[in-house]
Design a protein around this ligand. Structure first.
Ligand SMILES: *[C@@H]1O[C@H](CO)[C@@H](O)[C@H](O)[C@H]1NC(C)=O
Length: 190
C-alpha cells in the first residue's frame, strides 16, 4: 500500500507541479452536443490557457488528423526560448455515446488524458477542458481556448470563457498565449 502510494505520487508530481490542485472531484461540465470529430480536425492555434505556467511557450498549435472514425493523430508545436519543439500524440473517442469526450496521449506509456470539447463552432473557436481526479480527494485541471486563426476577436474569447464559467470552472487566471511573429519566425528557421 505504502509503495503504490509513492508510485502514484511520483507519477503525478509533474502534473501537480504545474497546477494548483483544487479540493473535491472533477466537475462534470456539459460538452458540445452532437460533436463532429471530422469537422474538428485540422489546424488549431492556442489562444489562451490554464494553468499559467512559468515556462511559457509561444506560437502553440495543434494539427489534428483523423486516423479512423474514432481516433486521430495530433501534431503539436511550440516555440520555447527561440527553439521550435514538436510533440506527436494520439487521440480517441473513448465512448461513442459521448463523442465530445476525447482522450489524448503524448506517450505510449501514459494513459489517455481527458480532452473534452465543451464548445466549438469548428470554424472559429474551440473550448477544451481536461480534468483528472486524484484519489477522489482533489483534482487538477487544464483548460484551453483554441482558434482557427492566431488571434480571435475579444467577443469570441468572452463567449469561449463563458463556456467554462457556466460550468463553474474558474478561468480567472487564464493567460493569453503569444502568437505574434510566429509565421515569420518559423519561416526564417526553415
Ligand atoms: C500544421 O499544418 C500546417 C499546414 O499544413 C503546417 O504549416 C504546420 O507546420 C503544421 N504544424 C504542425 C505542428 O505540424
Amino acid at each position: 500500500m505504502k509503495s503504490s502510494f509513492a508510485v502514484v505520487f511520483a507519477f503525478l508530481l509533474p502534473i501537480i507541479g504545474a497546477q494548483v490542485p483544487h479540493w473535491g472531484p472533477c466537475p462534470e461540465p456539459s460538452v458540445q452536443p452532437a460533436f463532429n470529430l471530422k469537422q474538428f480536425m485540422g489546424r488549431w492555434f492556442e489562444i489562451a490557457k490554464l494553468p499559467a505556467q512559468f515556462e511559457k511557450g509561444q506560437c502553440i498549435e495543434n494539427n489534428f488528423t483523423l486516423t479512423t472514425e474514432n481516433s486521430f493523430r495530433v501534431a503539436s508545436a511550440e516555440v520555447l526560448k527561440g527553439e521550435i519543439r514538436k510533440l506527436d500524440g494520439t487521440g480517441v473517442v473513448e465512448d461513442p455515446k459521448h463523442p465530445a469526450k476525447l482522450g489524448v496521449s503524448y506517450s505510449y506509456v501514459l494513459p489517455f488524458s481527458p480532452y473534452w470539447i465543451l464548445s466549438t463552432d469548428y470554424v472559429n473557436y474551440a473550448v477544451v477542458y481536461s480534468c483528472t481526479d486524484i484519489l477522489r480527494l482533489f483534482h487538477v485541471d487544464f483548460a484551453w481556448i483554441m482558434g482557427r486563426t492566431r488571434s480571435l476577436p475579444d467577443a469570441t474569447v468572452w463567449k469561449a470563457k463563458d463556456a467554462f464559467v457556466k460550468n463553474n470552472i474558474d478561468v480567472s487566471r487564464m493567460i493569453i498565449t503569444k502568437q505574434q511573429g510566429c509565421d515569420k519566425r518559423i519561416e526564417s528557421d526553415i
